[in-house]
Write a protein that binds this ligand. Sequence first.
Ligand code: C5P
Length: 266
Amino acid sequence: MSVTLRSARQQFEAKQRLIFALDVASLAEVKAYVALLKDEVGLFKVGKQLFLHGGPQVVRAIQQKGGRVFLDLKFHDIPRTVANASVEAARLGVQMLNLHAAGGLTMMQETVSAVNKTCKAERLQRPTLLAVTVLTSLDKDDLKRIGIGATIETQVARLATLARETGMDGVVASPLEIARLRRECGKQFLLVVPGVRSQGETWDDQKRVLTPEEAIHAGANYLVVGKPIRDAHDPRAAARQIVQEMSRGLVVDQRLTSSVRRASAA
Ligand code: C5P
């Protein structure tokens, strides 16, 4: 393969792996950002604030403009409730959704099973199911106060392994957890990573960061970036710059590549 072709392929691959966090609170801003960035990023992340502001209509507005959606509502409830909520998210046509692994084995198993069943019966595309392990806002003392004596790293690895056993597709992980999770959960398990910042950029409220190149090189499948794109003078140029950096970190590993492609096609 020529160098140019390889680099074009890596750019395309990197773009699919960039998730823009739509942390805004109006439908007008959503539409403007999607129009601007739909050819620059792979997915748009919709969180609790935006979803509570605009509801499913926000998701539909993104889809109508050609964007794909990661619904970041971090479900945590009894198994039936989370399974039913996830089925509704699948019916909305989102590409990715997440729940808290701390909700337990049965909650995850029932969710995987209900989503699989509904998607098959209703011929829907099966969304990628991600688990959240330990929120990065918590430290060791916080864990202790809620009765967990393990270190953060051990607890993250334990919950990720549990998620994997139930058939979840991957986890949301901090940059510093990538290497261990990749080792313990294998190459097919998806790692979606927020908390990345380009070299020289301000770290804002992100405490534990890697650059886009480092995070991809370490084994992240997807990166979630909000502020550096949203607040940029030229958000499109900022997204392109991050894609460039990601593509430099991209090791063309066939198995990693195909796991992303499967998730992208889902
Ligand atoms: O800081 P930035 O705007 O790039 O964050 C992107 C998204 O990732 C935000 O929606 C934020 O809530 C999420 N995030 C996260 N865990 C972190 C840092 C950020 O889930 N440790």
